[in-house]
Design a protein around this ligand. Sequence first.
Ligand code: PGA
Length: 254
Amino acid sequence: MPIVAANWKMNPATYDEYRTLMQAMRSRLNGIAGVERVVCPPFVWLFPAARDLDGTDIALGAQNVHWEEKGAFTGEVSPLMLKGTCRYVIVGHSERRHIFGESDEMVNRRLKGAVSHGLIPIFCVGETLAERDANDTEAVLTRQVRMGLEGIAPDPEIVIAYEPVWAIGTGRAATAATAVEAVQLIRRELAALWDADTAQAVRVQYGGSVNPDNIAEFVQEPDIDGALVGGASLNVDSFVAIVEQTARIRRGQA
Ligand code: PGA
C-alpha cells in the first residue's frame, strides 16, 4: 500500500491552530482506502494528536528521535517516549542534516534507536544541488543508505523518502524521471545491503515540493510508493487532494 506522510515541520505555531488543522485532517483523511496516511506534528502536539486521532485509521509520526532511552541529552526525545504514541518517525531529514549538522553516523544511531523500540522510520536521503551538479548524486545516495542502515537487519517495514535537497520547499520538484532514477539506485543499494526481496518490499517515497498538481506524475511510477509532503501538508485541501490522487492512481494500477 502506498504511504503519504505529512511533515508539518515546526508548524503550526499555536495550539489553537494545531487543533483546527488536526480536526480538519481527521475528518477528511479518516477512512480513505488504498493509501496509508501519516501525520507528523511537532513533538509538543504528539500527545494531543494521539488523542485526536484515536479511533481513526490515520497514523501518527514524530519528526526525529534520539537513540538512548533516557539521560542527559537536553532537547532530545527518546524512542521510549514515542513508543506507544507514534507508529512512525522521520529520521535524517535534510533540515536535520543541513541546518542542525546531523551526520550519517548520527542518523544511523537514531534509526537503530527507532527500530529497536518498534518505531517505523521514514528514513530521508537526498543530494544537494552542488552534489547533483558535481555528478555526485549516486555516491551521496549510496553513502547515505549504506551508513544510515549499517548494522540494521533487513526490514521491509522501513520507509525511505528520496528528497533531493534542492527540491524541498523551493517549489521546484524533481521530474518523475529523476526521482525514479534515484529510487532505483536506492533499491539497488538496499538489495546489496540486505536482499532483493526486501529491497522490492520497502516503500520508497518521493519528497520535495509535492503538490496536488504534480503528485500524479510521481505515484504513476510503480517504483514510487507515495510522498513525504511538507508545505502542502499544512493545507487540508491540498493534502487531501494528494492523498486521494495517490489512492486513485494506485487502485487503478492494482
Ligand atoms: P516540501 O517539504 O514539500 O515543503 O518541499 C518536503 C519535506 O521537507 O519533507
